[in-house]
Design a protein around this ligand. Structure first.
Ligand code: MN
Length: 226
């Protein structure tokens, strides 16, 4: 038995719909600027392709956990996203094989310290503190056993008012393309989660806000910012 100097951290887990099994999280990859209208609202260039960044696995806020308003920001933003949960892995996966890696799908929110992100962007600094903070990755239970990626709507409301409402078919990179692209950069493995990018309509959250997020036919998620 390994002689740890202190108890190792708990494995981050996400529940699975209709199952008493849970999904163990390895890594969280995220796609930036994967919807043209969101790229425009962020002031991006129309020719700039999507890209990846990451959050630590322990940034997950599973269903039932209300994320705390984070320190060091006065402009916390919501970004509703389809999340792909991988049950398989590999490197240099062809687009045509990519869906065979999928375990299931969920709805997630990429919480963002927008003020720190803007400052980092201006200074050419990394995004870790604007994207990868504690409880920055709320996620629903995972829906599995789907043949194809969802193609319906994706929505987010705050205190009952719709803020984001788009179609998953508006993604610049679709799900197989995202998996194939990611596998060129990292050896993917079971337990990896990929947040696939947010549509337009991102905006601020304050303490006490009730956030409801939904991917049609997949999952919904509700939490309070505390
Ligand atoms: Mn995002």
């Amino acid at each position: 038995m390994t002689n740890y100097c202190f108890p190792p951290p708990a494995q981050t887990i996400v529940p699975i719909q209709g199952s008493d099994q849970v999904f163990p999280v390895r890594r969280i990859l995220c796609v930036g600027r994967n919807y043209a209208a969101h790229r425009r609202e962020m002031g991006g260039d129309d020719r700039e392709p999507p890209f990846f960044f990451a959050k630590p696995a322990d940034a997950i806020a599973p269903p039932g956990v209300n994320p705390a308003y984070p320190s060091a920001t006065s402009n916390l933003h919501h970004e509703v996203e389809l999340v792909v949960a991988l049950g398989g892995g590999g490197a240099d996966v062809p687009v045509g094989d990519a869906l065979s890696l999928v375990f299931g799908y969920a709805v997630g929110v990429d919480l963002t310290r927008r003020d720190l992100q803007a400052s980092a962007r201006d200074k050419g600094q990394p995004w870790d503190s604007s994207k990868g903070f504690d409880q920055s990755a709320p996620i629903s239970a995972i829906r599995c056993h789907l043949d194809r990626p969802p193609e319906g709507g994706i929505q987010l409301s705050v205190n009952g008012a719709t803020r984001q409402n788009a179609a998953l078919t508006d993604m610049i990179w679709n799900v197989p393309e995202i998996i194939a692209e990611a596998s060129r950069l990292w050896r993917l493995a079971p337990g990896d989660l990929i947040y696939t990018g947010t549509p337009e309509g991102v905006g601020p959250l304050i303490r006490g806000d009730i956030v409801e997020a939904m991917v049609e036919g997949i999952a919904d998620l509700a939490f309070n910012v505390v």
